[in-house]
Write a protein that binds this ligand. Structure first.
Ligand code: AGP
Length: 564
């Protein structure tokens, strides 16, 4: 994971750190910067996110710098393990995203001792060693030969204060140039709108300076994708939490997406889903649950086999030749999904993606991308992107669904009106030791998402289980401090849900029903089932808020999971 950022131009340290903070969604357990000031390299590293960095920097003007936000893989969270790393003679400073898998072997080979436990700490030390014999560019090429693993690395050299160097494999790395600035980053988010962006290929290495951009490739010289940055706006932070803004944005989502899809040709998609023997939906985390919900709905409508796979498990399944693969991702950078796509492509399969960031690794790897168009999501817990996946997926299945935007939006607003009641329920469950979410059929799939969202940001123990399955073992967990929340979007499942919940209450557990069809439910609204998503998101949000959690950046997690 981790975010890396490098800049050449003229800016203040504060502005530089502001740009770096945009990469925090890739990790925020520690961070650091190195910049050249009056021919001295200043290195600052700290635990925590860039707010901590801001407390210790001054606001001098700088012309060159590199920065990093970390999500720890090797070595505990500490300033020593934070990036940039440097070697003993402090010539090279490096920031790295990815994992150097053979770092132990390289430590032995080059006889390296580092104080830092991070795999990345070997990079400047090996460079120091190589530079005695080779030019910097040749040394970078040797690093590519030496490294096994994934990496996007930006390097600052004390003796070349106008140039940054880079190498890249599997982890994304992009360069952007405007008249006065040149920057390098793991994500276009840190570039300005209107800038031309170059997407580096795997095994690229080279340098950037105001004068020139030099890009070589270790193996071939395939052309690089370029595009002009033009990203839709982020949710404006009206509330103290991005997550709450992103949930409230959902009422606007149906009309925004429907408008967008009026201008997109959908015939090819229709033909693909009609002619393929089976459809396989793939994603990770919440995107996997969106994949599962869509697979359920597609199978009902198309009357053909549709199923979902967890991205990291794709290689464990046999690939049948007449399948169509549809991947879902908010970030477009999830490594498990990138790997799954590479694997499927190596078996000559075509990939359709439903993705929020079209200019992303997954976007570039796919044969065809359908956008979510809801603007970047900042809070680690996926809300508006999850709902957009369902909305877009349903609209692609039946284009007339896009004409329902007013009704869907109305349903979402009805669900939002329940917020005061949701706060009361959150107060009750926030002191619980275990929360079950149960549901049957598609409601079970909603409940999986509800449970993930709750534990992700509140850190409470929560499990999701099919309504009828509770009595086959998990009921043993129920005591007077357990809550069981049933989701009900079809009256056909009402009797089963009520009997399961009564088995819970007979054992002292507390029960709650959320429904859009049963008007005696504890939380009832009228309208489409997408409103249920709003309710489970608000329950998670308010429970976490009552428990004083760092909602937008929950512990141990990152927004974009770019490691295996
Ligand atoms: C959701 O709340 C999570 N943060 C996580 O499960 C996420 O959905 C998953 O990592 C997949 O991310 P993606 O959609 O960016 O591929």
């Amino acid at each position: 994971m981790c975010g890396i950022y490098g800049y050449i131009g003229n800016t203040t340290i504060n502005n530089f750190v502001d740009k770096l903070s945009l990469l925090e969604y890739r990790g925020y357990d520690s961070c650091g910067i190195a910049y050249n000031y009056n021919n001295h390299i200043i290195l600052i590293r700290t635990k925590g996110n860039t707010n901590n960095l801001k407390r210790i920097i001054n606001n001098n003007t700088i012309q060159i710098g590199i920065g990093h936000t970390r999500w720890a893989t090797h070595g505990k969270i500490s300033p020593i393990n934070a990036h940039p790393h440097t070697s003993r003679n402090n010539r090279f400073y490096c920031v790295h995203n990815g994992v150097i898998e053979n770092y132990q072997e390289l430590k032995d080979k080059y006889n390296i001792q580092t104080i830092s436990e991070s795999d990345s700490a070997i990079i400047p030390v090996i460079l120091d060693f190589l530079i005695n014999k080779y030019s910097i560019i040749d040394s970078l090429k040797i690093l590519i030969k030496e490294f096994v693993g994934t990496y996007a690395i930006a390097i600052m050299d004390r003796y070349n204060p106008e140039t940054l160097y880079f190498i890249k494999n599997k982890s994304p790395l992009l360069i952007s140039k405007s008249d006065n600035n040149i920057s390098i980053s793991s994500d276009q988010i840190s570039f300005n709108d209107g800038e031309k962006i170059i997407v580096l290929n795997d095994l690229d290495y080279g340098s950037i300076s105001k004068k020139e951009i030099i890009i070589n490739n270790y193996l071939s010289d395939n052309e690089r994708v370029t595009f002009i940055k033009n990203e839709s706006q982020l949710c404006k932070r009206n509330e103290a939490y991005y997550m709450l803004d992103e949930i409230y944005f959902e009422k606007k989502l149906p009309s925004i997406i429907s408008e967008k899809y009026k201008r997109i040709h959908l015939d090819e998609y229709k033909m693909t889903i009609t002619t393929s023997k089976e459809l396989v939906f793939i994603g990770s985390g919440s995107s996997y649950y969106a994949a599962s919900i869509l697979a359920y709905e597609y199978e009902k409508k198309l009357n053909k086999r549709c199923f979902s796979l967890i991205a990291s498990e794709v290689k464990n399944f046999n690939i049948s030749n007449n399948s169509m693969f549809i991947t879902l991702s908010q970030s477009g950078e999830t490594m498990d999904l990138c790997d799954a796509i590479d694997y499927l492509k190596s078996k000559n399969q075509r990939i359709i993606s439903i993705c929020n960031i079209v200019h992303s690794t997954i976007g570039f790897k796919s044969d065809c991308v359908y956008p979510l168009s809801v603007g970047r999501e900042i809070s680690v817990a996926s809300t508006k992107a999850f709902m957009a996946m369902l909305y877009v997926g349903r609209g692609l299945l039946d284009n007339s669904y896009f004409n329902n935007s007013i009704y869907i939006s109305h349903s979402i607003k009805n669900a939002l009106l329940l917020e005061p009641k949701i706060i009361e329920i959150s107060k009750r469950i926030s002191s619980s030791n275990f929360i079950f979410y149960v549901g049957s059929g598609i409601d079970y799939l909603y409940s999986l998402e509800a449970s993930l969202k709750l534990r992700e940001i509140s850190y409470l123990h929560s499990l999701s289980i099919q309504t009828g399955e509770l009595k086959h073992g998990s009921l043993a967990l129920v005591d007077f401090n357990t809550y069981c929340i049933g989701i009900l979007s079809s009256l056909d499942s009402k009797a089963r849900l009520e009997s399961s919940l009564s088995e819970v209450s007979s054992r002292g557990g507390k029960t709650i029903i959320i429904s859009n069809v049963y008007n005696k439910a504890d939380l009832f609204y009228e309208g489409d089932s997408l409103g249920l998503i709003v309710i489970i998101q608000l329950i998670a949000f308010h429970t976490a808020r009552l428990l004083n959690r760092t909602i937008d950046q929950p512990r141990n997690l990152a927004k974009s999971v770019t490691v295996k």
